[in-house]
Write a protein that binds this ligand. Structure first.
Ligand SMILES: Cc1cc2nc3c(=O)[nH]c(=O)nc-3n(C[C@H](O)[C@H](O)[C@H](O)COP(=O)(O)O)c2cc1C
Length: 366
């Protein structure tokens, strides 16, 4: 057990889950405001900086393949702090076009025995304009992903309009964009994963992305779609083809699950979706399937149940270009990203390879 698991985690876990999260966010938020703290954090945690970890995603340079998943910093409150922990990218959001408060509390529950969380947050968001204010004009050590969603009050048939409004507000502060059509906590949202509906939405967004790129005289932002790990493999195949056909850059696989088979004991009857260790096997299966189907045609971001340094390396071996953490951070603590990066470097050295990209698709050699 490390200092986090021995001291800090028991202290945090005595607080209500959302309260503890806000306390951590407030602390990490100081990193952006107090000069020198980012440097101190990186040295204290032993964050490696090494060109072998760098990844290029459709022309966007990532200093390393490990990203913060959407949900932990919905309103861009602590971006510099997350980078100071070692993350190579930070995905903000889900951001909705207009501010909204989400579902009533309590809406996040911990299941330590299963290393899981259940959340039914329902996109609490400061709204796209506020998030833009927090990001505009700032420089960070890696790419900012902006994860977009629809407001709860917007009828499903007008969902594309919400995604467009959010993209318009946030395009210039984003290095990549994610369309979240897979949260279980916004009624009906997951129906947008239906390949025909998804095709329509993505086509509109790709078009708007191109127009904004032209207007700004910059390259288009790589556009990703985040789907649930609950989608059947045959549907995933169709989604892959839809994304390739519409010109999306890639797939984020995936969001929390509503599958009772993955539900933690004692959580029966809770609303929302489960995350953490129970997702590990499903996330691996879906990644393997998507990698088989997509080949080099899509960029794959694997998220779900990455709870050990070995999990992260395995995802890259199985075809992920990028890997994201969410629940693993809650259970393993702020030293986890740096530990993953050190382990990655160790594997590269052991196998005599020069870049993390070359590890992709490379089978285990033990
Ligand atoms: C408290 C919490 C809030 C989340 N909020 C979002 C969100 O706003 N948008 C999103 O796309 N995913 C959200 N997620 C899903 C995570 O980004 C991730 O896809 C999922 O938790 C699986 O990864 P994990 O097992 O590492 O947690 C959230 C997850 C948690 C636990």
């Amino acid at each position: 057990m490390n200092w986090y698991e021995q001291v800090f985690r028991p202290f945090l876990f005595r607080m209500d889950a959302e309260g503890a999260h806000h306390a951590v966010l407030a602390g990490l938020g100081l990193v952006g405001r107090i000069p020198g703290t980012a440097w101190l954090f990186r040295h204290w945690l032993g964050v490696p900086e090494d060109a072998r970890l760098a990844v290029d995603v459709r022309g966007v340079p990532f200093p390393n393949p490990l990203g913060l998943a959407a949900g932990l910093d919905k309103d861009a409150r602590a971006v510099a702090g997350w980078f100071a922990l070692g993350f190579g990218s930070v995905e903000i959001g889900t951001v909705t076009p207009c501010p909204q408060s989400g579902n009533p509390r309590p809406r996040v529950w911990r299941f330590p025995a299963e290393e899981a969380l259940v959340n039914a947050l329902g996109f609490p968001s400061a709204g796209a304009a506020t998030v833009r204010e927090r990001l505009v004009g700032r420089r960070f050590p890696g790419p900012i992903g902006v994860n977009l969603g629809k407001n709860a009050v917007t009828p499903l048939e007008h969902a594309a309009g919400d995604f467009e409004a959010a993209l318009l507000a946030l395009w210039d502060v984003a290095d990549y964009v994610v369309l979240n059509v897979s949260s279980p906590n916004t009624p009906g949202l997951r129906t947008l994963q239906d390949p025909a509906r998804l095709g329509y939405l993505v086509e509109r967004m790709v078009q708007l992305d191109r127009e904004l790129a032209q207007l700004h005289g910059e390259p288009p932002r790589p556009l990703f779609v985040k789907v649930a790990l609950d989608v059947e493999e045959v549907v995933l195949d169709e989604i892959v083809e839809t994304l390739v056909a519409t010109g999306a850059a890639g797939l984020v696989l995936g969001n929390t699950s509503t599958d009772p088979a993955l539900w933690p004991a004692g959580g029966e009857g809770l609303p929302g979706g489960v995350s953490g260790l129970p997702l590990r096997k499903r996330a691996v299966e879906r990644l393997v399937r998507a990698a088989e189907r997509a080949g080099e045609r899509l960029v794959l971001v694997s998220v779900g149940g990455v709870m050990t340094v070995e999990d992260a390396v395995e995802r890259i071996r199985l075809g992920a270009h990028l890997v994201q953490l969410c629940t693993g951070l809650v259970y393993c603590g702020p030293g986890f990203p740096a530990a993953v990066l050190r382990h990655l470097l160790h594997i590269l050295e052991k196998e005599g390879i020069q870049s993390v990209g070359a590890l992709r698709g490379r089978s285990l050699r033990y």
